[in-house]
Design a protein around this ligand. Structure first.
Ligand SMILES: [Zn+2]
Length: 306
């Protein structure tokens, strides 16, 4: 059986007939995220070590970026774990929101690493700081490029195989991160060519990269915490229900709690409709919605008299 079925049954007011069996795909996705995080952790720690030895702030920013990406995966994994717990009387909707809460934690980590990388870069630029062991620094940046490229290709391959938009988007993120490491590399080549300011400037560019990621994560988390949803979900649900004979009019509302999409349908029926007939209409609606909107995991059916 499906892992989240207990949670869904306790939270849903109306049975949804078909369920997308995505347990195997989730396992693949989790494995891909796990291995990528391990690869990025090694990459980030190597970069951090070289950054501390060489004093390169470009490399420091890139290391912080990679390590905050790793913490992102860890926090998402933790949130995912917690969100699988069954609903209780104290938490009747289950623990889905743990993922959204985890998102807030991730945003804080990313912004903190952006501030740290930015401050270090500005200090070095103003104080004309120097960079030593530039050869090691270049090797560190090359590891950053290679590590992110390997992770990006791996995520893209798994993402395409299991058709996961999240994983494919994540692969694009890692590909951009390889560009960020290339920025750190350019800065160090600049230092080698006799421009000591090139490293702190690269550090500022890398900081902008971190800010970009911070902005994306923050707007995504805010959208979810505000119960924002793709408007198409609402209109397709209303269309599906209004095509049913016996339904005069329908209003839909939807919101995500973590990975669970909850749908409320308010349907206007003839005043003479019996409770049994209304129940049958609701089951019909559940069938259609399961077909049109397979991501819906919980359906509440509210019958109103015209
Ligand atoms: Zn990143």
């Amino acid at each position: 059986m499906h892992q989240t079925s207990g949670l869904r049954e306790s939270a849903a007011a109306f049975p949804l007939p078909t369920v997308v069996d995505d347990a195997a795909e989730r396992r693949h996705a989790n494995r891909a995220v796990g291995w990528s995080a391990a690869g990025l952790a090694v990459t980030g720690l190597l970069e951090l070590a070289v950054a501390l030895v060489s004093g390169s702030v470009g490399l420091l920013g890139d290391a912080l970026h990679n390590l905050s990406d790793v913490s992102t995966s860890l926090v998402v994994f933790l949130g995912f774990r917690i969100s699988r717990r069954a609903a209780t009387e104290r938490y009747p909707y289950g623990y889905d929101r743990a993922e959204d809460l985890a998102g807030v934690g991730i945003a804080v980590v990313i912004w903190a690493s952006a501030v740290l990388a930015g401050i270090e870069s500005v200090h070095k630029l103003l104080e004309h700081g120097t960079t030593s062991h530039v050869g090691w620094g270049i090797a560190g940046a090359a590891i950053g490029i290679a590590g992110n490229q390997v992770v990006a290709r791996y995520k893209l391959r798994v993402g395409r195989r299991i058709n996961s938009a999240t994983l494919i988007a994540d692969a694009k993120h890692s590909w951009l991160d390889a560009l960020s490491s290339a920025g750190a590399l350019l800065g160090l080549i600049g230092v080698l060519a006799g421009a000591p300011w090139a490293d702190p400037v690269a550090g500022l560019v890398v900081t902008l990269f971190i800010c970009h990621v911070g902005w994306e994560v923050t707007s995504d988390v805010t959208h979810r915490l505000m119960d924002g949803v793709d408007p198409d979900i609402v209109t397709s649900a209303e269309d599906a229900v209004m095509r049913i004979d016996g339904v005069r009019h329908a209003h839909a509302r939807a919101r995500w709690t973590g990975r669970t999409l909850r749908l409320e349908i308010e349907a206007w029926l003839d005043a003479t409709t019996t409770v049994a007939a209304s129940d049958a209409l609701g089951r019909n609606a559940a069938d259609r919605i399961a077909h049109d909107l397979p991501e819906v995991r919980s359906l509440t059916w509210i019958a109103r008299a015209v």
